[in-house]
Design a protein around this ligand. Structure first.
Ligand code: ZN
Length: 250
């Protein structure tokens, strides 16, 4: 079920079993934007059904926060115009050529291109990995782009941040709200950490040990300073105030 933040913003909460993130719905008079694509065709069908059940509009465009599979692998299944930052799209082009047999997946962990946690979650989301279809976006931008949905504007802003260098946030000035994607999260790819599917409850403890790169955090917060917002939401957590977000790095 999508939760209501305002008349214009609804949020489908995360589903941790296969690492599905928050999905944002921004409703304009003319168009509706979905922020984050879902992680599979099955997830997309579920989202369409929930929108129908909640009497909410289906999206006209799909925008994503960054290249990681849980945010992007549903793009193809929407069959709608898709939007991503230029840097994200470079990653998606690369990932679209990846193979999904066990050997290829394990090989990418060894080269550092992917991580054990994502491989395990992908295997769980996709009992049949032949169904994985990764596509690049139709529309790309550098730095930022503004979408007028009719009576409400969304600004997609490339902020990078501690989690991934391609991270984009979705800022909705009239609602003083920002969808952060995972931009405020730890760097799960650049730092070593331990994940074992047999002990998946240790996830928070293990990722909690990863240090933030404070240089990246400070540059990120300097960019967010320019946005006038009261509330925001990260990729896999609850709504926070701007103060709570800033405090989370202390
Ligand atoms: Zn991520």
């Amino acid at each position: 079920m999508f939760n209501k933040f305002s008349d214009r913003i609804y949020i489908q909460p995360p589903e941790h079993f296969t690492d599905r993130p928050n999905i944002g719905l921004i409703i304009g008079d003319k168009y509706t934007l979905l922020f984050e694509a879902g992680n599979s065709a099955e997830n997309v069908e579920l989202l369409k059904g929930r929108l129908l059940a909640d009497n909410l509009p289906q999206p006209d465009f799909i925008a994503i926060s960054h290249w990681h599979w849980d945010h992007s692998f549903g793009m193809d299944a929407w069959n709608l115009p898709t939007i991503a930052g230029e840097k994200t799209n470079e990653y998606l082009k690369k990932v679209s050529g990846w193979k999904w047999d066990d050997e290829s997946m394990t090989g990418r962990v060894q080269t550092g291109e992917d991580i054990v946690f994502c491989n395990e979650m992908i295997k769980r989301e996709y009992p049949d990995r032949d169904k994985i279809k990764v596509i690049p976006a139709d529309i790309t931008f550098n730095d930022s782009m503004t979408i007028d949905l009719g009576g409400i504007e969304c600004q997609l802003v490339h902020v990078a941040g501690p989690h991934a260098d391609d991270s984009v946030v979705c800022y909705i000035p009239s609602e003083k709200f920002v969808f952060l994607g995972d931009s405020n999260g730890k760097d799960l790819y650049g730092q070593p950490w331990h994940f074992d599917i047999e002990h998946e409850d240790d996830f928070m403890e293990e990722t909690g040990k990863i240090p933030y790169d404070m240089e990246k955090v400070n540059a990120y917060l300097a960019l967010l300073d320019k946005l006038d917002f009261t509330h925001c939401i990260g990729g896999h957590a609850d709504i926070m105030t701007k103060e709570q977000l800033y405090k989370s790095f202390e």
